[in-house]
Ligand binder design. Structure first.
Ligand code: GLU
Length: 271
């Protein structure tokens, strides 16, 4: 009787111990997640934020071959983020992304955030988290001056439209001009070079990017106005609420203290 009672108690003890252990296990994981540094804390710990930006997109992110520095609207916004989050605009490291490589590079851990003419879309929200909108663009067309293409309606069968892989523009144009042939390139330098060498009749992407190309070569112009809305957001890995909050707070401060307007004025002409 005594023995059996002991074994019963021992059994209960064992059971509760194992329940406790498994609870500890779960709690332990939770605790690890809690004590493991979130993305914002990691950025603070390394005292540097690594941001993916374009290197070939005049006005937004362009590498200046003379200085070796990248320059543009997205670059200045990134520096402000570093200033707000880490207290020094120099505490940002830039890495080149293209429209195609930016999400994989973010999710691989190569970069902490994307500030690269990136439209907030429902499709992309499945893969990354976005900040509030920090710039509003719209898709348009770039053609050689004198072209018979004046707008979307002229993109007929046999017309070749150039776009960049991984961009919303490449997807949208197929829907807006279903009869045209779409040729996709790795980046905007390649696409613009292809337009200039006559490989296509029009290049399509955001007006904001096309203005940079038209600035660079006055033989080209935008036509047809804008036919989509492209609100730009800063992307971070999914689930990093603290980092998104810190970015949104930095964006809000920039807008409140006039820094955002200053950056906007510096890079974006009213066309
Ligand atoms: N904003 C558009 C996009 O996110 C076009 C510009 C780009 O290719 O980055 O796809």
């Amino acid at each position: 009787m005594f023995k059996s009672k002991t074994s019963k108690i021992a059994g209960i003890l064992l059971l509760s111990a194992s329940m406790l252990l498994s609870a500890c296990g779960k709690g332990g994981e939770k605790e690890t997640a809690g004590t493991a540094k979130n993305a914002l804390e990691q950025i603070k710990a390394k005292d540097k934020i690594v941001i993916g930006v374009k290197y070939d997109t005049r006005l937004f992110g362009l590498k200046n071959p003379a200085s070796g520095e990248v320059e543009g609207f997205d670059i200045d916004i990134s520096k402000e983020l570093a200033k707000d989050i880490l207290g020094d605009e120099k505490k940002v490291e830039f890495k080149e992304v293209t429209s195609k490589t930016r999400i994989p590079m973010l999710n691989n851990g190569d970069i902490d955030a994307i500030v690269a003419t990136m439209t907030i879309s429902e499709e992309r929200k499945k893969e990354v988290d976005f900040s509030d909108v920090y710039f509003e663009a719209g898709q348009s067309l770039l053609v050689k001056k004198g072209s018979l293409i004046k707008g979307l309606k002229d993109l007929k069968k046999g017309t070749k439209v150039l776009a960049v892989k991984g961009s919303t523009s490449a997807i949208n144009i197929r829907e807006k001009a279903p009869d045209a042939t779409v040729l996709e390139f790795e980046n905007y330098t390649e696409a613009f070079t292809a337009l200039k060498s006559g490989q296509g009749d029009a290049l399509t992407t955001d007006d904001s990017i096309l203005y940079g190309m038209a600035d660079q070569d006055s033989n080209y112009e935008l036509v047809g106005g804008t036919f989509t809305e492209e609100p730009y957001g800063i992307a971070v890995k999914k689930g990093n609420k603290e980092l998104v909050d810190a970015i949104n707070s930095a964006l809000k401060k920039m807008k409140d203290n006039g820094k955002y307007d200053e950056i906007h004025k510096k890079w974006i002409k009213s066309h």
